[in-house]
Design a protein around this ligand. Structure first.
Ligand SMILES: [Zn+2]
Length: 279
């Protein structure tokens, strides 16, 4: 697609009165340049004693029920990486595009690393469909309240994975005393509106004029559903990824589907440049 064609689509969506949202769906690909590993690939393992876990095994409610401390150690290790990371050009471009589009902008992210927040994306227009490392909740669901990540807990690395007694006391639900848990969607759990804004994301998809899929392969079902919904309701879908993925098959032969195989930050810069001129 050349710049003129891209500009025509952006103009068309801008001119619409309905179904005129610009929705950006982001995944691990956008955070890779900030040094965040995907945890699905080779960095997804966790060693404890003689056991070697895969992310798909340890990042589960089932594991939390039998070994909550082990799950917390893994979580604190992951959080130590995201905490130290800084947003990159892609995150900054999205924040600038939000500033241009205001209420026509929606950001749906599968990332739990808080980098969109660090780049300044607003909480109101961001749906974190896989949760957020900055919040915890009762692991026993005694209430649906979210609490900020407790202060006074040292983030861990792979070599120093000890949780002290004092730290472990901080990981208690203030209401019932059970273990707190990170507010993230685990591999054996389902999406919901209260914690993950899944209904809001689907509603946005129905009102989307153009969806940009940035750095996500569509390995989970809600992102796929979002792309399907946008197409069904007459919007455009751009697949901006460095390689083919599970969206590729969905988009094949669709009139309003566009495949972009380039660095997403370069593409987002193009979008921003055009929007600056036409908004
Ligand atoms: Zn509780």
């Amino acid at each position: 697609m050349n710049k003129k064609e891209l500009e025509d689509i952006l103009k068309e969506v801008l001119s619409k009165e309905k179904k005129n949202l610009f929705t950006f769906l982001t995944g691990a690909g956008i955070s890779a340049a900030s040094g965040i590993p995907t945890f699905r690939g080779k960095d997804g393992y966790w060693v404890s004693g003689s056991k070697n876990y895969k992310a798909q095994d340890i990042g589960t409610y089932k594991m939390f029920q039998v070994a909550s401390m082990e799950v917390w150690k893994w979580f604190l290790y992951r959080k130590s990486i995201t905490e130290a990371a800084q947003p990159n050009t892609g995150h900054h471009k999205l924040k600038e595009i939000e500033d241009l589009l205001q209420d026509r902008f929606v950001l749906i992210s599968q990332n739990v690393d808080s980098l969109h927040k660090k780049a300044g994306s607003s909480a109101e227009r961001t749906y974190l469909i896989h949760g957020d490392f900055d919040f915890v909740r009762c692991g026993d669901e005694c209430s649906r309240e979210l609490y900020p990540f407790p202060e006074g807990i040292d983030l861990k690395n792979r070599d120093k994975d000890i949780i002290t007694e004092a730290e472990w006391k901080l990981v208690r639900c203030p209401k019932c005393g059970e273990d707190l848990r990170p507010n993230v969607l685990w591999f054996d759990e389902y999406y919901n509106e209260h914690y993950f804004k899944s209904e809001s994301a689907l509603r946005a998809a129905k009102n989307t004029g153009v969806l940009f899929i940035i750095g996500t392969s569509g390995a989970t079902n809600l992102p796929m559903e979002l792309a399907r919904t946008v197409l069904q309701y007459g919007g455009y879908v751009f697949d901006v990824n460095i390689e083919d993925n599970q969206f590729t098959e969905l988009l094949k032969g669709k009139k309003r589907a566009v495949t972009i195989r380039e660095d997403s930050s370069v593409f987002l810069e193009e979008v921003e440049t055009i929007l600056k001129r036409i908004v």
